[in-house]
Design a protein around this ligand. Structure first.
Ligand SMILES: Cc1cc2nc3c(=O)[nH]c(=O)nc-3n(C[C@H](O)[C@H](O)[C@H](O)COP(=O)(O)O)c2cc1C
Ligand code: SF4
Ligand code: SF4
Length: 264
């Protein structure tokens, strides 16, 4: 079973590609998180957790959701993470998660993809860089699938104990203080379609009189609402005025076999 979380399509694309290559099924964790659905998940094949890296590690909302979700059947598990450049300690966190469920962690694979965090300080990624990363992904995914098919160990990048112990507290601190919702706004272009409310994994958005309101003080900053709003109506303070919205679906032409159609 390929369990995936994706805000803007990168991890969804990787998950869909792996599912095709491994002839396995996909489960959308964003939807389960939105619904608060922690019913057991069961798989005959190895579990594969496909997710983005947030702030040098695994998004804690995903970690917490899976801690609460029983995993039944096959006892082997892999992590496949997508990130702009650096995966930090995500693999170690995934190892800790699966070990806590008495499962055998087989390793963490990394797939470099375009950066989607457009409320940070970094400037927009250049289109050439975005296309280069997307073009390189299918070969990388095929190599990862080859290992998972054999249920062999995946020899990924080693995370030292020092790195793990230094970065982990930072991730928890960041999760608590650095993802505020008070700067989210929807402007007059909003068509009241409700897509943002329906897709937010944290249930942080509620439509009130046709207007999206951010009703929680913090969220996970997955960028799904901003990047996927069909009217491009969502902003974040003054930060987004000139920034390009990113979602993988906009680049499906880059993938020669058209497999980007699986991503949004
Ligand atoms: C809140 C947040 C934090 C991020 N932190 C990192 C990071 O520490 N390192 C990195 O390389 N990419 C980082 N990124 C970029 C994403 O990991 C990357 O774009 C990922 O492929 C997005 O996957 P998705 O489209 O499936 O949501 C971050 C993105 C977000 C939204
Ligand atoms: S997704 Fe965009 S257009 Fe739709 S309700 Fe939300 S802000 Fe408005
Ligand atoms: S409010 Fe937007 S950025 Fe925050 S968790 Fe919900 S969809 Fe993601």
């Amino acid at each position: 079973m390929i369990m995936y979380f994706s805000g803007t399509g990168n991890s969804r694309f990787v998950a869909a590609s792996l599912a095709r290559l491994l002839d396995d099924k996909v489960v959308d964790l964003k939807r389960l998180m939105h619904d608060g659905d922690t019913r057991p998940l069961s798989s005959e094949k190895a579990f594969v957790l496909c997710m983005p890296v947030y702030v040098d590690g695994m998004p804690l909302a995903i970690y917490r959701h899976l801690r609460a979700t029983p995993l039944q059947g096959n006892r082997k598990a892999y992590a496949v993470v997508t990130m702009g450049s650096y995966a930090g300690i995500a693999g170690r966190q995934a190892e800790e998660l699966f070990s806590s469920k008495q499962m055998e962690f087989k390793g963490c694979a990394e797939v470099v993809m375009p950066r989607n965090y457009l409320v940070g300080f970094a400037p927009d990624e250049k289109p050439e860089s975005i296309e280069e990363k997307i073009k390189a992904a299918p070969d990388r995914i095929a190599q990862i699938a080859g290992v998972i098919t054999r249920e062999a160990p995946y020899e990924g990048r080693h995370t030292s104990e020092v790195e793990y112990r230094l970065v982990l507290p930072f991730i928890y601190l960041w999760d608590k203080v650095a993802f505020p919702t008070r700067k989210f706004v929807a402007n007059d272009a909003c068509t009241s379609c409700g897509m943002c409310e329906r897709t937010c994994p944290m249930r942080a958005i509620r439509m009130e009189d046709g207007v999206p309101m951010w009703v929680k003080r913090h969220c996970m900053h997955c960028m799904a609402c901003i990047q996927n709003c069909p009217a491009r109506a969502i902003g974040y303070g003054k930060a987004l005025q000139r920034k390009q919205r990113y979602r993988l679906g906009k680049y499906r032409h880059v993938l020669e076999d058209g497999s980007g159609e699986h991503s949004r």
